[in-house]
Design a protein around this ligand. Structure first.
Ligand SMILES: [Zn+2]
Length: 470
């Protein structure tokens, strides 16, 4: 018996990392999402999702991976794919955190496939499913895990290591197989508020002496790397623990946000990724310090209520979405456990409010008072120019007097800066380095080991510390 390794996706894309380790009859899958690429989304605003064929269609268009033994027979019949019922492998999926590119497809899995997700992520996913913002996940096969509590599955031992303890929590995974040790970083961030966790991860992994390191290399792409190294020459990336100029830490970013908000004379609205409860918490805190009232749209307010057990302020945009939701249990529960902020209240005193405005409700800006008003773009969709909706956002903003401002870019804040990632990798010094989750994985160079970019869907035997094509 020998451990087999297969990478299915996520090598040359931002997100969507999926790889498997198989030993005897047990298979582990790490992550189960798809990369974020709105420009290539087959479901544009015209094409509709089919009902009976939802999963077959998703496999066909590559929105979920083509892997034997994980979909139920009724969902993959006629696809030359072995169904879960027909497979003799038992599969377990590990989710590092609640970003869609790491878990968006778990609702498509057959019930026999076990899913490991930490309790904070489960709490937020349940709230998302209740408000209709989820991924159609039923929670029938979900299991908890905790930081540094090893999980035994067949011959594998999986140790989740905590990177971020706030919001939905972020983890990496250290995996021991009878043939060696593998570490997968998940999203790797080294300049965040809890960076000591990630340096602790580095020390733990260093001691474990992994044979293979799969490492997030998002920030090695042109648009980010060129800010630090104009010609993007990977040999010029010098390993360092320090934040490189002109980049800033998450702490500095929050300070800038606070300073900017404190200078505003009118209404402030913000557009953020509603799963990021840490940011929701920051907006509440900034508001309290600046004498503003922070109000969320109902869907987000429900998550804030469920996650922090507080009574949030709610601003209900003029939308069919909420008249239709009025009878839903989650909406009723929210109304009983929140304070409503009305448009009239905001118009009377705009400088005392900080209001969430997601892109789907952007026309709300036509009603909100816009004298001296600010629109803070804080990682909400559309995130950047690569999304066709980004131009539309600015087109609409131009029809108002809202001033656009941002300190965010997910690629800057959500992923480690190249010199710091290089430091992390050099300290661990793995014999085999697989950079992934990146447009330019080839730019993350190892010190002593080899850089290995596996062929997708090709199975490798993990033998004597090497990966050999099967
Ligand atoms: Zn990611």
């Amino acid at each position: 018996m020998i451990t087999e390794f297969t990478m299915y996706s996520g090598l040359h894309t931002i997100g969507g990392v999926i790889f498997s380790l198989t030993y005897e009859k047990e298979r582990l899958l790490f992550e189960f999402g798809t990369s974020y690429d709105p420009a290539c989304d087959i479901y544009d605003r015209y094409v509709e999702v089919r009902k009976k064929n939802r999963i077959r269609d998703a496999i066909k268009i590559g929105a979920t991976p083509r892997i034997d033994g994980i979909y139920s027979k009724k969902d993959c019949d006629g696809m030359e794919l072995l169904s879960a019922e027909e497979s003799d492998l038992h599969t377990t999926v590990f989710v590092s955190h609640l970003h869609l590119d790491h878990m968006s497809c778990i609702g498509m899995l057959d019930k026999s496939v076990d899913v490991y997700m930490n309790p904070s992520a489960q709490c937020l996913l349940r709230a998302l499913e209740e408000t209709g913002e989820g991924i159609g996940y039923q929670f029938e096969n979900v299991h908890d895990f905790e930081a540094e509590k090893p999980i035994q599955i067949g011959a594998f031992t999986i140790t989740p290591i905590l990177a971020k303890s706030s919001s939905f929590k972020d983890f990496s995974f250290l995996i021991k197989t009878p043939d060696g040790t593998i570490h997968y970083t998940g999203d790797l961030i080294l300049h965040h508020l809890e960076s000591e966790n990630t340096w602790h991860e580095m020390e733990l992994v260093k001691q474990a002496k992994p044979d293979i390191l799969l490492c997030d290399a998002t920030a090695f792409m042109d648009s980010v790397l060129s800010l630090m190294i104009p010609d993007c020459d990977p040999k010029k990336i010098k390993a360092s623990k320090e934040i490189p100029t002109p980049m800033i830490s998450e702490k500095e970013m929050h300070q800038q946000m606070h300073d900017t908000l404190s200078q505003q004379k009118g209404l402030c609205v913000f557009n953020f990724y509603q799963r990021e409860m840490l940011l929701a918490d920051w907006f509440i805190k900034h508001s309290e310090q600046l004498g503003r009232i922070c109000a969320f749209e109902p869907d987000t307010a429900y998550m804030v209520y469920k996650f922090f057990h507080i009574k949030p302020n709610v601003y209900i945009p003029d939308s069919f979405r909420y008249t239709e939701n009025h009878e839903k249990p989650w909406f009723k529960e929210l109304l009983q456990n929140s304070q409503i902020i009305t448009l009239e209240m905001i118009i009377k005193d705009p400088s005392h409010y900080l209001i969430q405005n997601s892109y789907r409700h952007i026309l709300e800006l036509f009603s909100l008072p816009d004298t001296d008003a600010t629109y803070l773009h804080a990682e909400g969709t559309p995130i950047g120019k690569f999304d066709p909706a980004y131009d539309n956002l600015h087109k609409i903003l131009k029809k108002t007097n809202f001033n656009y401002t941002t300190f965010f870019c997910s690629t800057y804040f959500g992923h480690g800066y190249p010199c710091m990632v290089k430091y992390f990798v050099d300290e661990i010094d793995p014999p085999i380095l697989i950079p992934c989750h990146s447009y330019n994985p080839e730019r993350l160079l190892p010190n002593n080991g080899i850089q290995f970019l596996p062929e997708l869907n090709q199975t490798y035997l993990f033998k004597n510390g090497k990966l050999i094509k099967k």
